[in-house]
Design a binder for this molecule. Sequence first.
Ligand code: EPZ
Length: 419
Amino acid sequence: MSEYIIVQKGNPLVGEVQIEGAKNAVLPIMAASLLAKGSSVSLERVPLLTDVQTMAAVLSNLGARVMHSENNMEIMIPEKLQTQTPEHLISKMRASILVMGALLTREGKASVVMPGGCAIGSRPLDIHLRGFEALGAKIQLSHGVIEASVVGRLKGTTYNLGFPSVGATENLMIAATLAEGVTVLQGVAREPEIIDLANFLNAMGAKIHGAGTDIIEIHGVDTLHECQYEILSDRIEAGTFMVAAAITGGDIIIKNIVPDHLQPLTSKLQQIGVEMTVGTDWIGVKGMPSYRAVDIKTGPHPHFPTDMQSQMLALLLCCEGVSTLTETIFENRFMHIEQLNHMGAQITVDANIAIITKQRLHGMRVKATDLRSAAGLVLAGLIADGETKIEQLHHLDRGYVDFVGKLQKLGATISRIER
Ligand code: EPZ
């Protein structure tokens, strides 16, 4: 059964939206739960996403028991884990690689099929693997399978990542948690999801300091215990709805968020001319009749998030003047531009810089190419004349819970059709 979205230009979006727990926080936390040998963890505010189901399947394949009801999840971890991650799950979701650090540090070995690249880039794992070697692991690659092993325990070390990879920071922080001695990770990612993972590990008894800065120090411990933990709010879902308010000239209150985590986006929206009111755990966003062009460059946190790039591109089409958007994280994350140009966007690309001017869009049949471009195309459909049909919705369901339903509640003329 394949589905598609039909969206039409309609009224300004008005109302409130409750934001879910973050996909990019819950996935590493689920992987890290494997460290609680013979124990269990309870997670709250778990988003009902296909990527979460995939990670649950990975954990189950390794011997854990995962019970998921509504937004709560219980993970029971056995004394002994399988160490082979199923190939079909790795190819389905690259983030499955995050179990590698946990398996290596708990069982002394991990066997993971090399995840392929995806639409947005080749996405190698060199920073992860070099880090495991620095911790004393032996890494072998044969026939596309990564075999990692260590005799005894991993040994604490000092390792500079070279590039602040989010996944490598998470994998190495997890691995170092049960290593012998102290590990100092330098040049790490500073995303809020890194802090959430460190808080979760510390709630299980780990000794991790410095998450959120560019140096994280991990004092290895012998065992971890059960814990209950609430997942961090999803700043990218929140940012997507902020852009939805701005692009439709609407008035939306985005609730259950950490406004500070959205600062890189909020400051750009302010430059554009969007009106915002920042509360303790909410942001009110009011769209304006006209906006100013800006220059945006994605980068590791606290720079502008690459995961907001395609959503922002749609908004830049409403700005007077010439805007630029430079993508520095992924080498191929402009595929949605072709789709937007079919809708009349006239965006030009010079290397990794997109040049955007104000254009009127007309509805078309378009295809999502990755999770965030799916959201970006929906936002473009909200301002395009006529009807826009968006296909390949499996991308959307990876990272957004009931995106269409939430937009409908805000007054959007949108529906999801089963073919
Ligand atoms: C995480 O991916 C997120 N996914 C991505 O979100 C996000 O776009 C990305 O971080 C950047 O913020 C999850 O958290 C599950 P990286 P990750 O390692 O960890 C290169 C979404 O839409 N690199 O920081 O894979 C890599 O090729 C998804 O929710 C190496 O060269 O990102 C890329 O160009 C998309 N060698 C850049 O670093 C390595 O060993 C950033 O990758 C690792 C990464």
